[in-house]
Design a protein around this ligand. Sequence first.
Ligand code: A3P
Length: 317
Amino acid sequence: MASKEGLQAYEEEKLLSLPKERGWGSRHLYLLQHFWCPSTHFQGVINFQNHFQAKDSDVIVASFPKSGTTWLKALTFSILNRQRFSSSHNHPLLTSNPHELVPFLDFIFHGDNIQHKLSYLSNMTEPRVFGTHIPFPSLSNSIKESNCKIVYICRNPFDAFVSSWTFFNEMKSESLHELTIEEALEKYCKGIVGFGPTWEHMLGYWEESIATPNKVLFLKYDELKEDVIFYVRRVAEFLDCPFAEEEESNGVIESIINLCSFEKMKNLEANKSGTFDRNIEKKYLFRKGEIGDWRVAVRMKIAESDDENGNCGLRLV
Ligand code: A3P
């Protein structure tokens, strides 16, 4: 639930006037500016839209949830900060989760005391790197009008759905038990999912990447996995910090890729325990990291329907 105490009266009134649906990562979703905003994010989104001032040097890692946000945050942070931190010694990613180094904008703006948040933001080391799941049309005007850059990632929606369903199951989301996987999938297809509809989300960033290719870089998880060296080079060029020949020959790209790899990140102590943002357990961020895992879900569903005992409740592994 959005904390009523934390909401200004006008925000609360606005919230109550919006179309509402049951969510499965948060109790409710509200249709805000054509996207389904989780109740837990509402205040942060509104505050972000009203108060965030982008700098030209900012980099925004934008994504649809469960599409590789954690990975892209790690890669972007490492690419931008490769002069400051060696990839193998004392790198912040060895001791901090990517979401702690690259915070979500709406999470920064969650709660009261806007002045405190603004002063924290103005003291951040540049280039500042932030994450967001907010669709392009609902980003703050200062992001659209400044020269800051946006790196966007999306993923095959079947895989993103399975990843999301499993994630919220593991998190034992308060509201999830109220939905079967079939109901959740139906909602997902109708676009009723946090920050959905999915296609509109992708389309918003896609169209912007075509219209202003220096502003928005559009990536796909599946392609990134298939040729990570190519895309790490591409991201560095897009962010105006291409790898020098010397860096290439010294294996800097490979070091970044290894540091941010699924296996490496999953096995770091920093990612095995503890929480970030709204009590999200870090260990659940790293599950399989594969392309096409939705097929496993379908096979399990078929196996389940063959179950003579009539067991219900699909479990994904
Ligand atoms: P699966 O649940 O299919 O395994 P997000 O970061 O947007 O929440 O996306 C989560 C998905 O990205 C999960 O997919 C997770 O396992 C995968 N992932 C996390 N870190 C990764 C990494 N370093 N490389 C590749 N995939 C990663």
